[in-house]
Write a protein that binds this ligand. Sequence first.
Ligand code: ZN
Length: 189
Amino acid sequence: MVRKHVDGPFVFAVRDIVRHPGEMREFFIDPPAPEKWGEGLVAVAKGEPVEVEVRLESVHEGILASGTVDTEYSGVCGRCLTDIAEGLKVEFQELFAYPGEETSDFEVQDDHVDLETLVRDAIVLSLPFQPVCQPDCPGLDPATGERMTANTGAEQREPLDTRWAALQDYTTDHDDEATRPGVENTEES
Ligand SMILES: [Zn+2]
């Protein structure tokens, strides 16, 4: 029998459970993403480890793959353009059908299943469309284009003379400086 060579970071041999309904195997892999996944403000970078925990179960129609993907996406906040990086965990379940047995997006190929498309799609569909650095990110100041802090956001209640704003920045900084030496920061992890 001539078998087409099947290779790839998300390929699993299922020869020992094919056509044995009820048999199953569990795997854990964490290959690097083979390319950048995602087209929006955030994406999983090429080379980012993609942890996949999967259970491959032999059923009558094919191999049922279910598990979780755990990785990290990075990019920029959609409001203030600050760099962000967040963990992403996605669950998946998909049937890899035996060829000719059932209409399915995925097929068992030569006693292997290739989870790459499945994993990539699960990740890409879960990437936030409007990623933010924090839920209440105030965004950019429309006047200056600078990233606003929570403080400057709150001070927008009344318009400030720019000279006052400068003075306010000074006093705020000054207060911070004054309190900092007394604070022992041991709880940050
Ligand atoms: Zn932001």
